[in-house]
Design a protein around this ligand. Sequence first.
Ligand code: C5P
Length: 215
Amino acid sequence: MIVTIDGPAGAGKSSIAHQVASQLAFEFLDTGALYRAATLAAIRAKLDLENADGLAEFVGSLELSWQDRSVRLGDEDVSELIRTPEVTKSIRFLADVPAVRAQLSQIQRDIAAGRDIVTEGRDQGAEVFPHAECKVFLTASPLERAKRRMRQLADSGRYVSLEDVLSAQNQRDLEDRMRDVGRLRAAEDAVVVNTDGMSPEEVLQQIVSLVRSRI
Ligand code: C5P
């Protein structure tokens, strides 16, 4: 069974998807981590990020894998290294290239094949897994998402103003929504969950109940 959880940055997809997977004893796949790892590799290789054909060829040569909820380049676990602002701001160069998306989407389908899995990203329900049994679109107002993100950063010792978080978030939202292929959108048959005013526990239980009703 495939459960897709899509939504904008800061909607809380990652932590919810993790917990839904754990509660149901499903596997979990963070597809943003694959985009991040490919971006990290391209930065390290000093590629011209404006060269779409070069990026597509490069991604085809990568040994990109997902094991035990962590992303690897060859034997190297890069799960931490992919969370830098430098990687975040360069992802769009790869994520905008249809030939890169096609390759990363295929990797995602290979990972999910034959498994019970919760996949999390932007295009999972609408494009990568159109036949998924359960699709969720998780969202929240921009202000609520920015506040959560600010608290998350503060917890890890980085203090950023709400204004700065909001403006970076608006920029990412725009990039994610305007992309020609793989843009952020709810699949027609997705259940939209707006988490404004809901506790994480309430969101978790709503999604777990939804998935159970489809098993
Ligand atoms: O989920 P996360 O914020 O780590 O994703 C990083 C970026 O990767 C997103 O802003 C988006 O541009 C891209 N992405 C994507 N398709 C996905 C997952 C992530 O284009 N399925």
